[in-house]
Design a protein around this ligand. Structure first.
Ligand code: MG
Length: 505
């Protein structure tokens, strides 16, 4: 048994290095690669992807699982072992089974098409012309459907796609969570919009020089515990985090000189992801357990930092004086309250990443509804921009005029990532539930944050979440950390409390 596990770990170790290599190629594509290099880059990424597929589907891997009698991918893992080996075999078997069902040619095609489509998407977004991207998107949807058919499902083709990002979660669970959530979000939004108290957020659109935004961002990253000897901050069209090794965490943001929120909240958000990636326990580093246990849990880390801490009164009590000194010309006439309210202003808007905390999840529900329809074949690519506008009207009450502010705004579909969006909302829900537990365990946490001491926050997250990587599946981790299953009420309570104070209703 030990010998077999040792061999599987060797295979995994090689696969993890290939994954890191692919991540480096992707990181470079999104940051510094010259435009014309895209053709060659797509081939390189597809080759590495097929090498990964080759390793995981090696007949020796299958023989190993046969010998030790591992043949299902239940969340518990093989019963005769202790953690983390038990979790290791569970995750490795999931990867093996998944890949065995996918022909190598399909894996290559998807990786190549996704890389090419990302470049087309960027071109289409700049021109705000959906037609430039439509043929590539059509290919990607067809490939995603083909992939889902290979992977198999019970009721719904969307199942295996969601499962890739949020293991073991079913579309029916998402449906239930989302309908409960939107039932409560809509009246909250109405209360805010109808309040007599109006928040003026014009100061966010003053001119904030990029160099100073970066300087401030770096100081925030340092106080969050981001280690620049083990990571970098760069610029990309769409902020992201990637891990090139246990001591090489890359985060990106985008700055907008006339919109303060973009740069700083992108930085705080991605740093939340980066800290998770940087703090897996030594014993699992370099293995497939050294990754977020689900994208929902990963996103809970970024959203907890970005919103619950990064947009809180306590955080800005500590940081606003620093910001005001740095942007003396821009903010000299701005009070703390004006600033705090401006960064938290609620209003339906077109762009998801710049949405406030209340309307954000309506953006996700919009995308979820559309991708369910695309994958089931009920919605054609030709009708997608129209369907987007219709959903936007229904959920947010506004209709984007330009595709760049509508259907073309997000990179995900161009990466072939269908089933990814709902994890953002799960992240918001988990973040509020986790933070409640943190508050219970560290009663003076708000005072610590007010004093710009963010160390207790990071320590708590390391101890309760980061160190485990994917040893525990998301629902087990949630139960372990908070004593109950995922419960959207924590998020609703958090939003209601915060915005009732700001909007005085
Ligand atoms: Mg994120």
């Amino acid at each position: 048994m030990n010998e077999i596990i040792k061999n599987l770990k060797k295979t995994d170790s090689c696969i993890q290095r290939l994954i890191q290599t692919r991540s480096l190629l992707e990181w470079d594509q999104e940051t510094y690669m010259p435009e014309a290099a895209i053709g060659g880059r797509a081939e390189q990424i597809a080759l590495v992807e097929s090498l990964i597929h080759e390793r995981i589907t090696d007949p020796k891997v299958g023989e190993s699982f046969d010998k030790i009698g591992v043949n299902d991918d239940s969340p518990e893992g093989p019963g005769n072992l202790e953690k983390p080996d038990r979790s290791f075999l569970r995750e490795m078997y999931r990867e093996y089974r998944r890949n065995m069902r996918l022909p190598k040619e399909l894996v290559y095609k998807i990786a190549r098409q996704a890389s090419l489509a990302q470049a087309k998407w960027a071109e289409a977004r700049n021109a705000s012309d959906f037609n430039i991207f439509a043929p590539d998107l059509k290919n990607l949807i067809n490939l995603a459907c083909e992939k889902a058919e290979c992977l198999g499902y019970d009721k719904d083709r969307y199942e295996p796609l969601l499962d890739e990002y949020e293991p073991w979660m079913k579309p029916a669970q998402i449906d239930e969570i989302f309908s409960k959530l939107s039932e409560k979000l809509k009246p909250l939004l109405v209360q805010i919009m109808q309040s007599d108290k109006k928040v003026d957020d014009k100061i966010i659109e003053r001119k904030y020089p990029v160099a100073k935004q970066r300087e401030f961002g770096i100081s925030v990253l340092k106080s969050m515990g981001f280690d620049f000897t083990r990571g970098r901050l760069d610029i990309s069209a769409h902020p992201f985090t990637t891990t090139l090794g246990s001591s090489d965490i890359r985060i990106t943001t985008r700055y907008n000189e006339n919109y303060f929120n973009s740069g700083i909240f992108g930085i705080i958000h991605e740093c939340g992801h980066g800290l998770y990636e940087a703090n897996f326990s030594k014993g699992i580093q370099g293995t497939l357990l050294a990754r977020g246990t689900s994208l929902g849990i990963h996103e809970s880390q970024s959203r907890l930092w970005e919103n619950i801490i990064g947009r809180s009164k306590s955080f800005w009590t500590a940081c606003f004086p620093v910001l005001k000194r740095l942007f003396a010309d821009v903010l000299s006439d701005v009070s703390f309250t004006t600033f705090y309210e401006a960064i938290n202003a609620v209003k339906p808007s077109f762009v998801r990443v710049e949405a406030d905390e209340v309307t954000y999840n309506l953006h996700i529900i919009l995308r979820y509804n559309l991708e369910r329809e695309l994958v089931s074949g009920n919605l054609s690519i030709e009708d997608l921009p129209y369907a987007w506008r219709e959903e936007s009207k229904k959920l947010l009450g506004i209709v984007p005029e330009r595709d760049s502010e509508g259907v073309l705004q997000d990179i995900h579909w161009s990466m072939g990532a269908f089933g990814y969006f709902p994890t953002y909302t799960l992240g918001n829900l988990y973040s509020a539930q986790f933070y409640r537990s943190m508050q219970n365990e560290i009663p003076d946490i708000e005072d610590q944050i007010k004093n710009r001491n963010l160390e207790p926050v990071l320590c708590w997250l390391k101890e309760n979440i980061h160190q485990y990587g994917s040893i525990y599946p998301a629902d087990q981790l949630c139960l372990k950390v908070t004593g109950e299953n995922l419960n959207p009420d924590y998020f609703i309570d958090y939003l209601t409390g915060k915005y009732r104070e700001i909007y005085e209703f």
